[in-house]
Design a binder for this molecule. Sequence first.
Ligand code: HEC
Ligand code: HEC
Ligand code: HEC
Ligand code: HEC
Ligand code: HEC
Ligand code: HEC
Ligand code: HEC
Length: 364
Amino acid sequence: MSNGARYWMALLPTLLLWPILAGAFEDDEACLMCHKYPKMGRITDEGIQKSYYVVPNTFSRTVHRNVPCRDCHSYIKQLPHKPVEEGVRCDSECHSVQNPSTGQPFSHKPIYNAFKESVHSREKVEDDRSDADKPYCITCHTNPLYNESEETPPKHIVDRCVVCHEDEKFANKWYSHTSRRIREVKRSSQEIVALCSTCHGDEEMVTRHRKAAEKEGRELGKKFPIAVESYQDSFHGKVTKYGSTDAANCLDCHASAKNYYMSVHELRPSSDPESPVHKDNRVKTCKRCHETADANYAALDPHPSNNKEDNAFNHYAELLYNIVGNVALVGLVGMALFETVGRRRDGASWRFMNGTSWRRRRRF
Ligand code: HEC
Ligand code: HEC
Ligand code: HEC
Ligand code: HEC
Ligand code: HEC
Ligand code: HEC
Ligand code: HEC
């Protein structure tokens, strides 16, 4: 072997590994040849403006930056590609990213499988049966930046990694990965209520879906039609609206406490014995926050309705309060009127003096 050949043999692994070592997004599939143009996009038949522009410097700071485009857009087999008719599935395997703990190609299968058992189970992003009303992964998740507030990892932390790991790129990459997960990146109660309400508070969707379920002979929960408005009326809903982060949001009750990041994907109907809101599990669920909760406490309705059949006590209590309230109001106004007429007849004037208009004419 010549010296020149040896030189290239030694260099080859470095060249092959370069994109990984460099860490940043490399566009080795040449997608950006076309997708780097800001004006690229179209208006769909429904009149929605779609952008096909991928911003390289933004993409390279997202959680999926090490995933090559075609690991997700796997239906693209050649370039230039045909018009796209499929959506991306979130359970497909990444050919280029290994799960370091199993040595297998990485995929979101564990979450996907949990999701498949849930009330929102839906096979594909473009399913257009009544399932289209249900959320898919990308309804709730975009492709977030690792650490939104940081352009680059803080130097004083990376400095510490490189005393052992030598390579700054390695340190940057793993800093971004772990620091995002160590920080609690989690939606606030208000965000969760807003997320669930986009669908469960949409009267049209609720009615459409109730009809579909009826046709299919499936029974939905008693509170399905009023889940959001009744939550808004509940104590939890009211204090959450005014900023409380401690009162229960939808997921505090509907997702099991076991592993939050998994169980939010496993929501079940209240009739399922594994649901934390199943009647046998309710005490335990309330106890997460109300330490002294017992069966009586757990029987308090978190989705209170004033429907007569559902909640006769509330219904009649509200009716009674309304009657009492109205009687009191009519009585008060009536009294004031009597008083006015009476004083007028006694010769009190309308003039406003020293803070009151009730003033007799001077006697002297
Ligand atoms: C030669 C130029 C070119 C290249 C290279 C290219 N694309 Fe495209 N891509 C287009 C055009 C043009 C459209 C818009 C097609 C349309 O409106 O039907 C598009 C649309 C898309 C869409 C959106 C389709 C939709 O309707 O939602 C996706 C996803 C996509 N490309 C992915 C990729 C990926 C991944 C790569 C790299 C493997 C890539 N493209 C490379 C030209 C290109
Ligand atoms: C982690 C998976 C993933 C990776 C990696 C990824 N995409 Fe996408 N991309 C998606 C999803 C999901 C959508 C939403 C539409 C869909 O479901 O098909 C999408 C949509 C798009 C669209 C169309 C936008 C629209 O509104 O329909 C384009 C264009 C696109 N991607 C290009 C790219 C290019 C270029 C790359 C590489 C730089 C890339 N994508 C990397 C998952 C991915
Ligand atoms: C109804 C909304 C919803 C749907 C649908 C959904 N998720 Fe989630 N997901 C969440 C919430 C809420 C969290 C908790 C973290 C947060 O608040 O962002 C989460 C967390 C995650 C995490 C952990 C993120 C991290 O940084 O720790 C991953 C990964 C994930 N989801 C993937 C998926 C996949 C894959 C699917 C589709 C099979 C999916 N999700 C469907 C709401 C949803
Ligand atoms: C005192 C030396 C030292 C410092 C400082 C250090 N590491 Fe490590 N790191 C190691 C050693 C040794 C290993 C080998 C794994 C083990 O402990 O068995 C390792 C392993 C790792 C691994 C696992 C790699 C793999 O593929 O298995 C990651 C990721 C990592 N370090 C990231 C970091 C980051 C990020 C920092 C800075 C915040 C850091 N390390 C600081 C010594 C260090
Ligand atoms: C994209 C719309 C959408 C979003 C967002 C959504 N849901 Fe749903 N959800 C549905 C649809 C549609 C059904 C009906 C499923 C069926 O027919 O079985 C449903 C069913 C349910 C059920 C079971 C209903 C029953 O009667 O069996 C519960 C509980 C539920 N969702 C809770 C939630 C919570 C909590 C959130 C917020 C984290 C949420 N959903 C977000 C659309 C949505
Ligand atoms: C304090 C706990 C709690 C909170 C907070 C809560 N729920 Fe519920 N939810 C329940 C219980 C318990 C039931 C079953 C009630 C029944 O059938 O009598 C239920 C029933 C439902 C149902 C009907 C389907 C079923 O499984 O019976 C839907 C849909 C629902 N909730 C959605 C939501 C949404 C959306 C939010 C947030 C806006 C929310 N819930 C907040 C406890 C809660
Ligand atoms: C994530 C924590 C959490 C969960 C789970 C939870 N609650 Fe609450 N709840 C609160 C907080 C915080 C308040 C406000 C307490 C206060 O300010 O007095 C509250 C207030 C209430 C109130 C108002 C009256 C009172 O006792 O203060 C009722 C009733 C109530 N919860 C019932 C329930 C029931 C029933 C369950 C179980 C189905 C439940 N809660 C589950 C956090 C929770």
